[in-house]
Design a protein around this ligand. Structure first.
Ligand SMILES: Nc1ncnc2c1ncn2[C@@H]1O[C@H](COP(=O)(O)OP(=O)(O)O)[C@@H](O)[C@H]1O
Ligand SMILES: [Mg+2]
Length: 484
């Protein structure tokens, strides 16, 4: 059971930092894994990560340590996720894309370009693969909506979960790529579609989380089946406090939305790392689109690496410290967080108190621990064949059933409205007829009174005429159908 890989990276001081705050840096490296961090109050904190990349580190070093093992696994059908985290201007996008996806020399190419190259390289060297396909999708989460960066008309992509494939983006555009150069062209067109806002932290900082998804499919001749691995790269929006952005209006709303999703990410990490004993802990993945999309990456169904990007300037010490603390918490995430349950089971000897549900969970967790991801996938394939599990399409089937019920409900509502309209019309007609009868009766009553008072023969004649008119009119009305 391995933890997720967490590294930190300090970019060189920017010219603005040098001019405004001099050469004061808050990081003092000890070795490739440990450094001492000095905060605003000159207090020292020691941090250790899987690897620390200092100011002079090369892009290739970051790729080889952090990403290459995950890229290799993706080709072997093991999903992987690489996340860059940090305040705006800390070097997340630089680490991910370099100065520019298309126009930069090889030395400066970021994780994205190197991963695209790496996937093709690994596929070339994979034996037994008869056919491979790499597909690329790009989305960004902007104001809690998932936008397809290859088709801006899809501006609210839904997130779904399939038993076999895990978290899926419904109807997201997937573009097949056939070589690294083509991949870069396509990536660059997606990047051009990102939503951009300006803040004091970084004039062209992106105010959204950007997610790059490479799906690698391999048809294996011997085994007559398809292997599929996903490599997800996530360039998060800035983690700085809202006040520090100096944002107003729409940009302020963006900043709040970013902070909400990043704090949801923090909460998920807390829940994963502070699991209560004996029980499967509730993890609030559904609190934000970001955490829902990262559910597989954080929940153990994926190999995950986190790069915590920091400014080395003392002027940014509070934000860097908060980034490093985030990384420290993430270090405790297990690749399969439910392993906690197993340890507690053996230590606490509380099996006799466990419910049937808990016992089942423990047995499953034990099995999860022992089996390779590949074994789990094979078992799932088998269970689908046997009809024990629903297949990936079950989500679609479920949706179809839901749509059917909705349509039925809507059409019966339509019918009820139509019936109501008919009844109302009939009632209106009845009301009108009653009013006429009432008016006639009132007139008759008036004339009778007049006749009694005056004893006038003309008036009596008028009454008898009116009565006969009234009787014939009432007879004609009796044919009128009263509503039920
Ligand atoms: N390792 C690095 N080496 C050289 N320049 C860097 C490095 N990291 C970041 N920069 C520069 O710092 C600035 C901010 O970096 P950027 O990646 O855009 O920040 P973020 O994406 O975290 O907001 C950019 O001008 C970028 O070129
Ligand atoms: Mg950026």
């Amino acid at each position: 059971m391995s933890n997720i890989t967490v590294c930190s990276r300090f970019r060189p001081l920017s010219s603005k930092e040098k001019i405004n705050h001099g050469d004061n840096v808050c990081v003092h490296g000890i070795d490739a894994e440990t450094f001492v961090f000095k905060d605003e109050k000159e207090e020292n904190f020691s941090f250790s990560f899987d690897r620390v990349f200092y100011e002079k580190s090369e892009q290739a070093e970051v790729y080889e340590f952090l990403a290459l093992p995950i890229v290799r696994d993706a080709v072997n059908a093991i999903n992987g996720t690489i996340i860059t985290y940090g305040q705006t201007g800390a070097g997340k996008t630089y680490s991910m894309e370099g100065p520019s996806v298309l126009e930069c020399d090889e030395k400066k190419q970021g994780l994205l370009q190197k991963a695209a190259n790496g996937l093709f390289e690994c596929i070339k060297s994979t034996e037994g693969a008869v056919k491979h396909t790499i597909k690329l999708s790009m989305v960004e989460i902007y104001m809690e909506k998932v936008r397809d960066l290859f088709d801006l008309s899809k501006d609210n992509i839904q997130i779904k979960e399939s038993r076999v494939q895990g978290i899926l983006l419904s109807d997201v555009t997937e573009i097949a790529i056939f070589d690294p150069a083509e991949a870069l062209q396509i990536l660059s067109s997606g990047i051009a579609n990102r939503a951009v806002g300006e803040t004091q932290m970084n004039m062209a900082s992106s105010r959204s989380h950007c997610i790059y998804i490479f799906t690698v499919q391999q048809g294996l001749a011997k085994e007559k089946r398809v292997k599929c691995g996903k490599l997800v790269l996530v360039d998060l929006a800035g983690s700085e406090k809202v006040e520090k952005t100096g944002a107003e209006g729409r940009v302020l709303e963006e900043a709040k939305s970013i902070n909400r999703s990043l704090s949801a990410l923090g909460n998920v990490i807390n829940a994963l790392t502070c699991g209560s004993s004996g029980k499967a802990n509730y993890i609030p993945y559904r609190d934000s689109k970001l955490t829902r999309i990262l559910q597989d990456a954080l929940g153990g169904n994926s190999r995950t690496a986190l790069l915590c990007c920091c400014s080395p300037s003392s002027s940014n010490a509070p934000e860097s410290l908060s980034t490093l603390r985030f990384g420290t918490r993430a270090q405790h995430i297990k690749a399969s967080p439910r392993a906690h349950c197993k340890e507690d089971y053996t230590k606490n000897h509380e099996a006799s108190h466990a419910t049937k549900y808990e016992l089942r969970e423990r047995i499953l967790n034990k099995m999860r621990e022992r089996m390779e991801l590949e074994d789990v996938k094979l078992l799932e394939e088998l269970f689908i064949l046997e009809g024990i599990f629903f297949d990936a399409n079950s989500v679609e089937e479920l949706e179809q059933a839901f749509e059917d019920v909705t349509m039925q409900t809507i059409s019966s509502l339509h019918q009820a409205v139509e019936d109501l309209v008919c009844t109302t019309e009939e009632l209106k007609r009845e009301n009108k007829a009653l009013k006429v009868r009432l008016a006639a009766a009132e007139r008759l009553n008036g004339l009778q009174t007049e006749a009694v008072e005056n004893g006038n023969a003309n008036v009596l004649q008028k009454i008898s005429d009116l009565l006969s008119q009234f009787v014939s009119w009432v007879r004609s009305l009796s044919a009128f159908k009263m509503p039920k």
